[in-house]
Design a protein around this ligand. Sequence first.
Ligand code: GDP
Ligand code: ZN
Length: 314
Amino acid sequence: MTVKGEATVVKHTGSHYLLAQLPEWDLFPAVLRGKIRLKGSTATNPVAVGDKVTFEADGPVSEENPAAITAVHPRRNYIIRKSTNLSRQSHIIASNLDRAFIIATIDYPELKLPFLDRILVTCEVYNVPVTIVLNKVDLYRESHAEMLAAFHEIYEGAGYPVMEVSAKTGEGVDELREACRGHVSLFSGVSGVGKSSLIKALDPSLDPKVGEISEAHVQGRHTTTFYEMYALSSGGFIVDTPGLRGFGLVDLKKEEIALYFPEMLRVSEDCRFAPCTHTHEPGCAVKEAVEAGEISYDRYSSYLGMLDEEGKYR
Ligand code: GDP
Ligand code: ZN
């Protein structure tokens, strides 16, 4: 007898998938039946972690008798990474995300604002709400008090909630756990910021593997291990993203980039020209806001950097 159902993809390894009927964590194996491709998608993976799928099963499902994924439902949102700057190939990291928690540090390792801003733009493009999580505050709260205050002002001013946590002392971890409850959340951050430590602090039974995804995998050919969803024992699900180097912009036109800097978007309707690149145009409200100190010069620099890069590869 064939049974039909709906489930969420929680893991993808080669041609094998693991599904669960969230919020139940009733993991069962599945494979793709036939060719599944969402219209207009150039992604190398037709089915991604977080996808809602229709499956069919003949008899009890087991490794030998996996369910068959027959359809992928339209994605509410997703996060993508480009294979290389020059290729048009992209890989969907995860879909149907309620929120992305971007883990960063003011120091140890030193904060790279352009990298953070690039991730934020990507999340804006794909409609994933972001919370910035500043980890390791035990190390720099006193020594970098001014930078910390400036960070809050810039990013909260732009519209991003900023949490302070320490995986080491446990400070802020309860609040983060609470924020994850009942949601599917993406966890990302450059290596060394303490993402693994933080996930373990949220749920000691989890043991995220670090660095399992190499750049070579994403370049194509042998794609073995992909991203994976974990169930937090306190409730909620997280998708860890090891090796995030290639997290970047996909198919953005120059004049579109500023739309994804919320604080620039807000003032840009007052620019004399439309579209305005906010670089050389007279009567540019964004440049005026930067000069008046209302928009952070660092954020504006990140924006200019992205403009420059898009120009180069187009
Ligand atoms: P990941 O690469 O982002 O997964 O980072 P890890 O979790 O491996 O942590 C990198 C280093 O930072 C390790 O030596 C951790 O012990 C340390 N670390 C992580 N979180 C904290 C924190 O909140 N405070 C301090 N002092 N060290 C931390
Ligand atoms: Zn302008």
